[in-house]
Design a protein around this ligand. Structure first.
Ligand SMILES: Cc1ncc(COP(=O)(O)O)c(C=O)c1O
Length: 455
């Protein structure tokens, strides 16, 4: 890591910046109440962030699960500058291409699942979701099955906030102001080890996967195009499936001819300990979605990879796939992604995520395993969740009015750890370069904060 310049000597006070922010910005998940205490970040270095008051925090979620290589990587700034100076932008529409995009697609063919060798680039994860829905519909139409349009995804799943992606998202808090959702999107329960109740005599993982088969049969297999799932659910509260789940899902998709789409927007490029998360269970998807860690968030980039069968169907038809973004295959984003992937491989960040994730999980269990309100501590690689409950024996949640999650968030931030909660689940997904000392400090802060909020 190169040394970075000191933060600008800003004479504008935090208070004034907050007022300007409130006057002129609409934030993602905009909320007047949340905006009142906006932290204004001015610098990042490794696994830490510094705000406009000069206070340093551990960046517990590495941005939004994306800054895998850590903040302040001079190599990525240089890659962006060099490409912008050479060729900042050119159309990626059919008939026009650029070297970084070609090289990146070729690289991804070697890094993603063996049958996935063709790539379409977007600016982020939500556009990746829309792109795989449209790819699925195009694929089935080109194969003479235009009625296979429905999308099945999962309650607790997050796939983005564009209208189609929001309709696939199974977190109902995202819906109320924006109804009606796109028709033809359905949700099944998640394989939530802590909460899923399987019928007796059948294992949780198999039963949760069988929910997909039941939904396909209910809807009619000839109307279902794809099943969309995060291998490890992130925004839903870090839900790690049972070992049997993913294999069984693949085995259900095949006979009913339903495309399996893996949303690896968080899990892609190493966070769970392998480059792509379905590798943990020896399963290949038909389409993989990625974003976030492909550039470690330094510039926006996402996309989808499709398997050879889908690619051949697209290639062998004269009809045009009329789907496009101005910033598809953006040269600067692709150049940064290439440099970022080099770092991920050279520094073995998937391996670091595996080792550090085990350390984090073990420490969380030691520090919090006996706390009367810690119901579950779970994770895979550097992706962890701590679920707080009112009653451990019944797993009953706290009433939302108690604001346990938000109070905990405030308490951890006061002590120097910045992250997010989903309800009363505190999630952690720091940069892969986080030091052992910083990891241990994060656990200490979280444990102290939980004991303060829930003595
Ligand atoms: C699994 C998953 N899919 C899709 C998205 C949406 O990505 P974006 O916010 O870049 O549109 C996210 C964002 O957190 C995500 O976690």
């Amino acid at each position: 890591m190169g040394s970075l310049p000191a933060p600008p000597d800003d004479t504008v006070t935090t208070q004034a910046l907050r007022a300007q922010d409130a006057a002129h910005l609409i934030h993602p998940l905009h909320s007047t109440q949340a905006q009142q205490n906006t932290r204004i970040w001015v610098q990042g270095q490794g696994a830490t962030l510094t705000d406009s008051d000069g206070t340093e925090y551990i960046d517990g979620l590495s941005g939004l699960w994306n800054v895998l290589v850590g903040h302040g990587r001079r190599e990525l700034a240089d890659a962006a500058r060099d490409q912008a100076a050479t060729l900042a932008y050119v159309s990626g529409f059919a008939g026009s291409s650029n070297r970084p995009a070609i090289e990146l697609a070729e690289r991804l063919a070697t890094l993603t699942y063996p049958s996935i060798n063709r790539f379409f680039f977007t600016s982020g994860g939500g556009e990746a979701t829309d792109s795989s829905v449209k790819m699925s519909r195009a694929y089935w139409t080109l194969r003479g099955r235009p009625q296979k349009t429905k999308v099945i995804s999962r309650i607790e799943g997050y796939h983005g906030a564009t209208l189609a992606a929001m309709s696939a998202t199974g977190l109902s808090a995202y819906w109320p102001l924006f109804e009606p959702r796109v028709p033809g999107f359905l949700h099944i329960p998640s394989p939530y080890p802590y909460r899923y109740e399987a019928p007796s005599g059948i294992s949780q993982g198999i039963a949760a996967a069988n929910e997909l088969e039941q939904a396909i049969l209910r809807e009619g297999a000839d109307t279902v195009g794809m099943f969309l799932a995060e291998p490890v659910q992130g925004a839903g509260g870090v839900i790690v499936p049972q070992d049997a789940y993913c294999r069984r899902i693949r085995d259900i998709c095949d006979p009913y001819e339903v495309l399996l789409v893996a949303d690896e927007v968080i899990t892609g490029f190493g966070r769970t300990g392998t480059l792509f998360a379905l590798d943990h269970w020896g399963v290949e998807p038909d389409i993989v979605q990625f974003a976030k860690a492909i550039t470690s968030g330094y510039v926006p980039l996402g996309g989808i990879g499709i398997n050879d069968r889908i690619a051949a169907t697209l290639d062998n038809d004269d009809r045009v796939w009329m789907h496009a973004y101005t910033y598809s295959a953006h040269p600067v984003a692709c150049a940064v992604a290439l440099r970022n992937l080099r770092i991920i491989l050279e520094e073995d960040l998937p391996g670091q995520c595996a080792t550090k994730g085990d350390h984090l999980l073990a420490n969380l269990r030691t520090a919090l395993g006996d706390h009367p309100h810690v119901g579950d501590i779970r994770g895979k690689g550097l992706m962890c969740g701590v679920e707080l409950v009112a009653d451990r024996s019944t797993k009953a949640s706290f009433p939302a009015a108690d604001r346990v999650g938000p109070r905990l968030l405030q308490e951890t931030a006061r002590r120097g750890l910045f992250s997010r909660v989903k309800g009363d689940i505190y999630v952690l997904a720091p940069a892969a370069v986080i030091t052992e000392h910083q990891l241990d400090r994060a656990v200490e802060i979280l444990a102290d904060s939980i004991r303060t909020v829930l003595p």
